[in-house]
Structures are given as structure tokens and as C-alpha cells.
Design a protein around this ligand. Structure first.
Ligand code: ADP
Ligand code: MG
Length: 261
């Protein structure tokens, strides 16, 4: 049976209509390490419900590790992450990964399954939905990402951008409260990047809470409510896109921007 959220989203037409109900996320002194190698140091910031936070910074600054700490793919060394005010350390990992969706650079779709089955599989395997309910939810998620006409295609018959949309649909189908994106457009051919970024921006406008690690500074400037600049595992600056891009305070951010812009 459909819950109110999915019913509302299937009827939504206007892109500005809030169809998602993203939860708030709070990082409190989050620290992460690989063995004795500290990679994320004492990171704190708040993501208000339904807002988009973009995380920027040089390669190796700990951005991916930070996302892995948020959904506990890698166990933090210290600090806390609160999801809707609840400590994520107290949530079962399988539950947490449904509540916080993660989309990677490489989509990791099953090559021998159709787009629809790629989305539906986790719904009946992980969520325990019936196959017919899972397929109905999967169809809806594919519609949300503009791919309903490609439901029967296998990944090899889809463009990179379409494959990434399937991966996004797969995460959305779980009805997450937060979506994390880790350089979701970095592996795409240049002409396909914009479509996926527009899709992501649309999710944000429709009320999804998102943390987006990206090299696309144009996207960060336009779509972010908050931009976090990380370097060497630390948050060096955080602020509105205007503050970060037009009035960078630190030499480190100024240097980074001069290299990427
Ligand atoms: P970014 O996403 O900003 O490029 P990462 O979070 O991937 O940064 O990496 C931060 C640091 O942690 C880098 O120095 C990287 O080499 C190191 N690192 C990443 N993953 C691992 C791992 N699985 N084991 C050991 N070191 C890692
Ligand atoms: Mg990374």
C-alpha cells in the first residue's frame, strides 16, 4: 500500500511543490580515521530540514569520508551525527542506510537487470515489500527522475546520465530523509552533467535534505543553502554561497577557488 508521501509525490506536477519531507541533520564534532591516520577532524555543522549543503574542497580533504561517517559506512572515531534529532549511533546500520541515501560517482547498477528491477530489487530484498508493491514504487521513483519510459532498459542501453538517474531513483525509492551525493556527476560525459545536476537541484527545491560533495561550483552557488569548504579534514569556512564564493576569508579557500574557478 502506498503511504501518504508516495501518493502525494505521484500526483505532484509542479516542480516547486514540496513532495519530500527531508529531516534535519546535525554533525557534532565528527572525527574519522583510517587506523591512526586522522582524515576528518572535529567537523560540526547543521543541515536544516529541506535544505542543501554543498561540501567543496581539494582532493583528499576528507569529503567522501565525511559522507561515509554520516551514514556510518565507516564508523566515526568520535563525535555524533544526529538525524531528525536522533543519534545515528543508536540506529541499526541497515535502517540508517535506508533513511540516508547515498549516490556515488559510479552507479553500481546490476548490469543484467532492467532499470525497474535495479530500483525494485532492494525494495523487496531489504525493505521486505511484496514484488508488486516494489515494482509500483520503483515505477514511481523512475518517474520522479524522468525515466519512466526507460524502465525496461538494461544499464548498457542507457546513457551514463540515465544510469545515474536510475541510481538516484533506487535511493529515492527507499523514501530517505536525507540524500548524500558524492561527486555524482564526475564520471559523466560533459554533455550529461547538466541534466543530472538539474535533477538534483529539483529534489532540493521539492524538500529533500541533501549533502552534496561536488566539484561543480556553479551548482554549489545556485543550489546550495550552505557551502562547507574542507581542507585537510577540517571545515575551514562555512557560509552562504555568496559568502564562500564572493568573500572567501581564508588564504586556503582563496587559493582553492583560484584553482577551480
Ligand atoms: P576526498 O573525498 O576529499 O577526496 P577522502 O575522504 O576520499 O577525500 O580521503 C581523505 C584521506 O583519506 C585521503 O588522504 C585518502 O588517501 C585517505 N583514505 C581514503 N580512503 C581510505 C581508506 N579506505 N584507507 C586509508 N586511507 C584512506
Ligand atoms: Mg571523494
Amino acid at each position: 500500500t502506498l503511504n501518504p508521501r508516495t501518493e502525494a509525490s505521484s500526483q505532484a506536477t509542479a516542480d516547486t511543490e514540496p513532495t519530500f519531507h527531508g529531516a534535519g541533520l546535525e554533525l557534532v564534532g565528527l572525527s574519522m580515521a583510517y587506523g591512526s591516520f586522522d582524515v576528518v577532524r572535529n567537523v560540526s555543522f547543521t543541515v536544516r530540514p529541506g535544505t542543501t549543503t554543498c561540501v567543496i574542497g581539494p582532493s583528499g580533504s576528507g569529503k567522501s569520508t565525511l559522507l561515509r561517517g554520516i551514514n556510518r559506512l565507516h564508523e566515526p572515531k568520535g563525535g555524533e551525527v544526529l538525524l531528525a534529532g536522533e543519534k545515528t549511533s543508536a540506529v541499526r546500520p541497515e535502517t540508517l542506510r535506508q533513511r540516508i541515501g547515498l549516490v556515488f560517482q559510479h552507479f553500481n547498477l546490476f548490469p543484467d537487470h532492467t532499470a525497474l528491477d535495479n530500483v525494485a530489487l532492494a525494495l523487496w530484498k531489504v525493505k521486505g515489500m511484496s514484488r508488486s508493491a516494489a515494482r509500483a514504487r520503483a515505477e514511481q521513483a523512475l518517474t520522479e527522475v524522468g525515466l519512466s519510459e526507460r524502465a525496461d532498459h538494461r544499464p548498457r542501453d542507457l546513457s551514463g546520465g540515465q544510469q545515474q538517474r536510475v541510481a538516484i531513483a533506487r535511493a529515492l525509492a527507499m523514501e530517505p530523509e536525507v540524500m548524500l551525493f558524492d561527486e555524482a556527476t564526475s564520471a559523466l560525459d560533459p554533455e550529461l552533467v547538466k541534466g543530472v545536476l538539474n535533477l538534483m537541484a529539483g529534489l532540493g527545491r521539492r524538500g529533500m535534505t541533501m549533502v552534496v560533495v561536488t566539484h561543480e561550483m556553479g551548482f554549489a552557488r545556485k543550489a546550495a543553502d550552505q557551502v562547507i569548504f574542507m581542507d585537510e579534514g577540517e571545515v575551514v569556512e562555512a557560509g552562504t554561497p555568496e559568502a564562500i564564493f564572493d568573500q572567501p576569508q581564508s588564504a586556503r579557500l582563496q587559493r582553492f577557488l583560484s584553482e577551480v574557478l
